[in-house]
Design a protein around this ligand. Sequence first.
Ligand code: GLV
Length: 397
Amino acid sequence: MKNITCIDDLRVLARRRVPRAFFDYADSGSYNEETLRANRADLEAIKLRQRVLVDVSERTLATTIIGQKVSAPFALAPVGLCGMQHGNGEILSAQAANAAGIPFTLSTMSICSIEDVAEATGQPFWFQLYVIRDRDFSKDILSRAVAAKCSALVLTVDLQVLGQRHRDIKNGMTVPPEIRLKNIIDVATKPAWAWSILNGKRKTFGNLAGHVKGMDNVNSLAQWIGTQFDPALSWKDVEWIKKIWPGKLILKGILDADDAKTAVKLGADAIVVSNHGGRQLDGAASSISMLPKIAEAVGSDTEVLFDGGIRTGADIMRALALGARACLIGRAYIYGLGAAGEAGVAKAIDILKKELDVAMALTGTNRIAEIDGRVLVGGEVKKKAARAKLKSKTTQG
Ligand code: GLV
């Protein structure tokens, strides 16, 4: 791991170690991947403001997210099929997150189940839910999340239909892997991966198997999933969830200021400004370009979280400067998991923390709460303009 110095190194290693179908599943965006690329390009275009000779000897990354103390302003995002990047992937990622003092989110479409992760880690984690056609299933899985003491529910709201990822179709991506000659050769050249999967607790969707009526074999489960995304999903369902979920509620997949306002009205504790990592509406704006307007619309009652393209600590700073309280990290940690299991996830978290720490030092920042427009080139001008506007408003009485 000594030569792993950045998230891109983990990606290169993951690509070598994980069978193509699963690496591509995590790596891809939908259709032409315009939004996937825009997420990165728009982050990189935001320039940080270098400041010198500020005493930055008291730096700390510690903050809170939805009232929960964290060692740094980010959490591990829900990612489907984590346990296909490495055997027991969800448990290992949760353990790395716990050791690092940041939240882990378990996807509905995980391989290890809610109960597996709760039992192995003994610590609360966040649980992600898709509301699907089978509302009884949603109710049932929520009570399982309550029983497992999940500390927050991350409700994904941008997946009423699935954006097509070309590579998944071309690779014949299924769980467990489809037996095609191409796949057999691929897996045969990835012995460490195959060993970890063989020794993993499960080989299929752990949250679903045994919980979907009449669907115990893997093929019918896969068919069931395909029919379960619900185009009729609406804000009414969010109200319903709010009634039956007793804990904190985070709505993930908001990319519009009006939608953000509705989320606030319905009492969401937080929203995640997100385009699903460029995996849903291709041609949608980058997450970072929509963040400032949404943060402004939301005000201070609901926390604004951010995802989409984060690969460096500087990216986290950019998102915080534009109004996010914290970020969710998806691919960045999945590459670590594929590259080296728990140690790889720990490495990804450590890389991002160290990069953010240095970015804070070199922008003259000691505390996460101090990160605002002033750390951006051009941001200080906007700040002055806002102050002037406020002054003229107050003097106008
Ligand atoms: C599911 O959420 C996916 O993006 O594949």
